[in-house]
Design a protein around this ligand. Structure first.
Ligand code: SF4
Length: 231
């Protein structure tokens, strides 16, 4: 049964003390109800409050996203890392452009997990057990894909934390002999930052914080407006 917009509104606590009429809330609904609610009130945040002005954006800015966060089964073990905030709230605010660098670079599913290894003045992406070096293939792909994404006029990017490809900062890195080394960023993100130096980036775990989430949304809108790519 479709969920009426009125049924999504309630008079309890709301984010930032906003009047309830400016917010929607949905809790614990199943897949069918999810679809109905999306149609009724695009962009609602599953199981949480959200301002309706975010639910009904005037324009759709393109934002890149690590595919696994949208539930796509692209991880090395064939799994995903579905994130309700990304799939719910931010999919309503933005046109999400999913990218899985490792799959698009031809590494396949399932595949051997990789890690970042620092040595000889560079950081390489190596197979966890085999030691196979994916660095050149990933850097080549990342550079080409970053150019394509630049042409799409992205306003921001949401990335999977700690990934050797997608992590923005603090990705675990080791030396050739397995000792801990200074953390780095994922190889795909390094190419992205080089192609689009000012692009707002955020890792998915930050989005649960309302202030950080709203700040990211504001940054994306400002970046997009300043580069004339909104809408
Ligand atoms: S973190 Fe990035 S590379 Fe890894 S599965 Fe997700 S999208 Fe693919």
């Amino acid at each position: 049964m479709p969920i009426a917009a009125a049924a999504l509104r309630a008079a309890a606590q709301t984010p930032g003390g906003l009047p309830a009429r400016h917010c929607v809330k949905v809790q614990g609904i199943g897949a069918a109800a999810w679809s109905s609610a999306q149609a009724t009130c695009p962009g609602f945040l599953y199981n949480a409050w959200m301002p309706t002005d975010l639910a009904r954006p005037a324009g759709k800015i393109r934002v890149g996203v690590s595919s696994c966060l949208l539930g796509q089964r692209v991880r090395h073990d064939g799994g995903h890392k579905f994130d309700a905030t990304v799939a719910g709230l931010l999919a309503g605010c933005f046109e999400l452009v999913p990218v899985c660098p490792e799959v698009e670079a031809g590494m396949g599913v399932p595949r051997e997990p990789v890690r970042l290894v620092r040595g000889g003045g560079e950081v390489r992406m190596l197979g966890l057990s085999s030691g196979k070096d994916h660095s050149e293939a990933m850097r080549g792909f990342a550079s080409r894909r970053a150019a394509e994404l630049t042409a799409l006029g992205l306003g921001g990017y949401i990335l999977k934390k700690n990934s050797p490809s997608c992590g923005v900062t603090g990705v675990p890195t080791c030396t050739d002999d397995g000792a801990a080394a200074a953390p780095d960023r994922g190889l795909f993100v390094a190419a992205l930052v080089e192609a689009l130096p000012g692009l707002p980036l955020i890792e998915e775990d930050k989005l649960v914080d309302a202030a950080l989430r709203e700040n990211f949304i504001a940054e994306v809108r400002a970046y997009s407006a300043s580069s004339g790519k909104s809408g």
